[in-house]
Write a protein that binds this ligand. Structure first.
Ligand code: AMP
Length: 215
C-alpha cells in the first residue's frame, strides 16, 4: 500500500505528476479540485455552492472540503494506495487528514511564484475528458482541440490574473503551514518543479524509493 499527498502552488504540475504516478503504480488519483469542478460542470447543488468561491481563487469551506475528501477516500477503491492532490490545504484540514490516514510521504512540487503566472495563464483544459495542456510546453496538435478525445479546450475559470493573485496568497498563507506540519511528522520530498515533466516524475520516484519511470 502506498499513500501519498502532493502539494504545490497552482500550475506546479500536481495533477500531471499525480496522474502519471497513479496510472503507472495502480494508485488512485484523488483530486478534490477535480471533484469540485465536476460538481460545477454538472450544475449540482454543491456546484452552485462552490462556483463563485472557486472562480475567485478562494478556498472552499473546510467542512465541505473535508467531507468531499473523506467521502472519496471512504470509497476504498484504492487497493494499492492513493495520491491525494489538493488536500489538505490548511492546518485544520491537515489535522483532520492525519487523524484518519497514515501516509508514506508528501511530494512537494517546488516552484517560484515568478514562474507560476507564465504557466497558469498558458494552461488549457479539455472540457470533455479533463486532460491538461499548456500552450508553452505541451501544445495540442490542433489549436483548441483535445489530442485524446477531440473535445474543446477551455481555460479554467480560476486561471485568470485576478484569481491567481488570490490563489497564491491563499497558498502561502494557508498551505505553507501544512508543509511545516508535515515536515515535523512525515517524509517530505522536495522536488524542483521547473524541470521537465519526465525529470520531475523521475525525481519523485528516486526520492520516494519507487520503481524507475519509463516514459
Ligand atoms: P485545484 O484544482 O486543486 O487548484 O483546486 C481548485 C479550487 O478548488 C481551489 O482554488 C479551491 O477553490 C477549491 N479547492 C480544492 N481543494 C480544496 C481544499 N482542500 N480546500 C478548500 N478548497 C479547495
Amino acid at each position: 500500500m502506498r499513500k501519498y499527498v502532493i502539494i504545490g502552488v497552482p500550475g506546479s504540475g500536481k495533477s500531471t505528476q499525480a496522474t502519471t504516478l497513479a496510472v503507472d503504480l495502480d494508485l488512485v488519483h484523488i483530486s478534490v479540485g477535480d471533484i469540485f469542478r465536476w460538481q460545477v460542470q454538472n450544475h449540482t447543488k454543491m456546484g452552485a455552492q462552490v462556483r463563485r468561491i472557486m472562480a475567485a481563487g478562494e478556498l472552499v469551506g473546510d467542512d465541505l472540503a473535508e467531507k468531499v475528501a473523506a467521502d472519496r477516500l471512504a470509497e476504498h477503491d484504492w487497493n494499492y494506495g492513493f495520491v491525494v492532490d489538493g488536500f489538505p490545504r490548511n492546518a485544520r484540514q491537515a489535522e483532520f487528514f492525519l487523524e484518519s490516514y497514515d501516509i508514506d510521504g508528501v511530494i512537494h512540487l517546488d516552484m517560484p511564484d515568478s514562474e507560476v503566472r507564465r504557466r497558469v495563464l498558458a494552461r488549457r483544459l479539455c472540457a470533455n475528458c479533463g486532460v491538461d495542456y499548456n500552450l508553452i510546453q505541451s501544445r495540442p496538435a490542433t489549436e483548441g482541440v483535445c489530442d485524446v478525445c477531440g473535445g474543446n479546450l477551455i481555460t479554467r475559470e480560476d486561471d485568470t490574473e485576478e484569481a491567481l493573485v488570490v490563489r497564491l496568497r491563499e497558498y502561502h498563507d494557508k498551505t505553507d503551514p501544512v508543509l511545516d506540519l508535515f515536515r515535523r511528522k512525515e517524509y517530505v520530498a522536495v522536488i524542483d518543479a521547473t524541470a521537465s515533466k519526465e525529470e520531475i516524475q523521475q525525481e519523485i520516484r528516486d526520492k520516494l524509493g519507487l520503481p524507475p519511470y519509463k516514459p
